[in-house]
Design a protein around this ligand. Structure first.
Ligand code: RM4
Ligand code: MN
Ligand code: MN
Length: 396
């Protein structure tokens, strides 16, 4: 690798940060069961502690996303305790995720529920979540809705859409000027006939209706197989409506596997579209990069470190595409040249340059090995094992 290539990698990495999900450190499973890990985090404090380790060793994960029902058991009152974790563990609260799917009341939906009193309850939870975000100095409130129906004819799709518009608009009214609202979409699960916000077009319409501080969140696992995700990204960028990502990989559905484990080229193409947009327009879109994964079988902290390493590699490769040459090749319809520019960047081994970058920041060259050497896992396994043997987390 020549010096200018490694410069490009380093400059790109300087700008790259990725937020970790608190729930990625907790015991999770499938609808068939959970395999309990003795070292899994069961309290919010333990989640901060584990995320702090990932940040300590990678240097690029200063924030932890929180799920209100799982991480703020006392609602707004929980913020006093959580505030103290930032200094203690070196990571600050990131996006706040209202939980509008777990309570019994939400059986037929939250903002899309035909019962106005349940919609009102969902709105109250949303307002509390915005207040939690304000107290924790979190900018983004990130909405994912499980709303939908399982059988044809059982719900009025148009009415539900209007209820969503109304409630998201009312939620938006409660934001502080510096806060944002991210609207996530997902085609199916848990609803298997219709989902109220099933795709990026629906999320876009609802985000626009909500107000100027609302943007769309792309969870890479929330698409039908073979859907062109980078095209969605390109469209959202050009509409100034891309707010952030939930990264994970999948083979079949919303599998929540490790980023880049199945199709790293997909993530590369997403990063490339973002870089290309920046190069062409000179704009710096405000995009929150976040992980949304559930490590059922892998060790949770190791899986998270592995994810961050992969994210950095793919982001760095995305920065190696020669945008000027690519623009020329596209204009001339020089197909092989254009495609090769992407393929060559993707094929570049950026790992040595990333190691140098880590070294220059005083970070371990191999964060995974450093974690294994640190003794942290042994310590928490001893501390948490007895408690975890009978503790089953609430997350699916
Ligand atoms: C959903 C969606 C949300 C996440 C929940 C746990 O499928 O991806 O972002 O918060 O799962
Ligand atoms: Mn998600
Ligand atoms: Mn998901």
């Amino acid at each position: 690798m020549n010096a200018s290539t490694s410069d490009k990698v380093c400059t790109a990495l300087d700008t790259f940060r990725i937020e970790l999900p608190s729930w990625g450190f907790a015991n999770t499973g499938t609808r068939f069961g959970k395999f309990i890990q003795p070292a899994a985090a069961t309290t919010t404090e333990e989640k901060f502690s584990d995320a702090g380790q990932v940040h300590l060793l990678t240097g690029v994960c200063p924030n932890v996303a929180l799920h209100v029902l799982w991480d703020c058991p006392r609602g707004v009152q929980s913020t006093d305790e959580i505030k103290g974790f930032t200094d203690k563990y070196g990571v600050a609260p990131g996006s706040i995720n209202p939980n509008l799917f777990q309570d019994q009341e939400y059986k037929y939906g939250s903002f899309g529920n035909p019962d106005p009193s349940i919609r009102e309850r969902a709105l109250r939870h949303t307002r509390d979540s915005i207040e939690i975000a304000r107290r924790l100095h979190s900018r983004d409130i990130s909405f994912w809705f499980a709303d939908g129906s399982n059988y044809p004819g059982t719900q009025n799709i148009r009415h539900r859409k209007e209820w969503f518009k109304e409630a998201l608009n009312q939620s938006h009214a409660g934001l502080s000027p510096d806060q944002r609202m991210l609207v996530e979409y997902k085609p199916f699960e848990p609803a298997f006939y219709h989902t109220d916000i099933a795709d990026w077009g629906m999320a876009l319409i609802l985000a626009r209706a909500a107000g100027p501080q609302a943007k769309v969140l792309v969870d890479t696992g929330h698409h039908y197989a073979a859907q062109n995700i980078e095209q969605i990204v390109a469209w959202l960028l050009s509409e100034d409506m891309l707010g952030g990502f939930h990264f994970n990989d999948r083979r079949y559905a919303d599998d929540d596997l490790t980023m880049g484990s199945i199709d790293p080229y997909q993530v590369f193409r997403i990063f490339h579209e973002i870089r290309f947009f920046q190069w062409e327009t000179g704009k710096q879109p405000d995009i929150a990069y976040m992980v949304d994964q559930s490590h059922n079988l892998k060790g949770k902290i190791e899986a998270m470190i592995q994810t961050v390493i992969m994210a950095q590699q793919l982001f760095a490769k995305g920065a190696l595409v020669d945008a000027k040459k690519l623009a020329g090749a596209q204009t001339n319809c020089d197909l092989i040249t254009a495609e090769s520019l992407l393929q060559d960047a993707f094929a570049t081994d950026v790992r040595p340059a990333i190691q140098d970058w880590r070294d220059s920041k005083g970070l371990p060259k191999d964060p995974l090995e450093a974690f294994r050497q640190s003794g942290y896992l042994n310590r928490i396994t001893k501390e948490r094992a007895a408690k975890n043997s009978h503790n089953v987390s609430s997350y699916a």
